[in-house]
Design a protein around this ligand. Structure first.
Ligand code: SAM
Length: 290
């Protein structure tokens, strides 16, 4: 699997110097230069044998190298910063055809197209040290994929610790919110481990966490857009009782809340995902009746 070719590549610090890849804040560039750490992240993504990995934001390629060394069948790496493309080309040349680089914005890429050439029925996994400035919209986009279960079998992603906590939070916990509901509705999620700020170049201000999300069949069926409408209203005014915060959506919120078994005085932060799904179904029922 061409490990020797990857291992013979120069140290990442030399690559950064040779290609002038000074990190820029605007692109959320906090690089990981320690191959032991990037290999730990790659291993956290499970056995990669036979897997096509999509990596967003490879940068100088520390995690990319690790994914290849840990045996990914193929890596499709999507990078917005054109300065990184030559360095990534060197990894591609050493990879024996196992790395394709897509130059572009991961928020705008058609992922099915990007993996189509390489997939050949291999499962697809998204593994990335995400640019923090677009991490939440990227995740929301993947979690909103239709149909569900989606074109990927797992997400293993680095976030700021606070965002990681929002993703995995449960009802009643301080970080529970819209992102927790969407993530918990579609995936089983957990924080795998933390990564200290000093592990990055340059160090961000906060601790980071690697999160695993495994898509699951939907056990609480409802339309995703209706679920989003309900959680947007409920968490938009999270200190208010639901009979108040849901007024923009329902003519008689108290009646709807009673019909789905939620106290009208409850607040969004205590409602389980099943409750939001029931409200989403009621929202669609109301609209159909209009
Ligand atoms: N994977 C590298 C590592 O671990 O050292 C770099 C991670 S750095 C946190 C985020 C990377 O995402 C940078 O290389 C940055 O240029 C890239 N990036 C930022 N915004 C992007 C976007 N919208 N689409 C694709 N890549 C993006």
């Amino acid at each position: 699997m061409n490990a020797a070719g990857i291992e013979a590549l120069p140290p990442l610090r030399d690559v950064i110097a040779a290609h002038g890849l000074q990190p820029t804040k605007a692109l959320g560039q906090n690089f990981l230069l320690d191959l032991n750490l990037t290999r730990k992240i790659a291993r956290a993504a499970g056995l990669l044998d036979g897997i096509t990995v999509v990596e967003v934001g490879p940068g100088p390629g520390g995690l990319t190298r690790a994914l290849l060394l840990e045996g990914a069948r193929h890596v499709v790496a999507i990078e917005k910063d054109e300065r990184c493309l030559a360095a990534l080309g060197e990894i591609a040349a050493a990879s024996g055809g196992r790395l394709s680089v897509v130059a572009g914005d991961a928020l705008a890429v058609d992922y099915r197209d990007a993996v189509a050439a390489e997939r050949r029925d291999a499962p697809v996994r998204i593994v990335a040290n995400l640019p923090y400035n677009v991490a939440t919209p990227l995740l929301t986009g993947w979690l909103s994929a239709e149909p569900w279960p989606s074109w990927f079998d797992r997400l293993v992603l680095m976030f700021q610790r606070e965002v990681a906590e929002r993703i995995v939070a449960r009802p009643g916990e301080a970080h529970y919110g819209r992102l927790s509901v969407l993530a918990g509705w579609r995936c089983r999620g957990r924080i795998l481990f933390d990564v200290p700020a000093q592990a990055f170049t340059p160090p961000p201000k906060v601790v980071s966490s690697v999160v695993e999300l495994v898509p699951k069949p939907i056990s609480e069926p409802c339309r995703r857009q209706a679920l989003e409408a309900v959680t947007r209203a409920a968490f938009g005014q999270r200190r208010k009782m639901l009979r108040q915060s849901l007024k923009p959506l329902f003519a008689n919120p108290s009646e709807v809340l009673e019909s789905v078994g939620i106290a009208e005085t409850a607040r969004a932060e205590t409602v389980p995902i099943a409750g939001f799904a029931a409200l989403a179904r009621a929202y669609d029922g109301d609209r159909a009746a209009d």
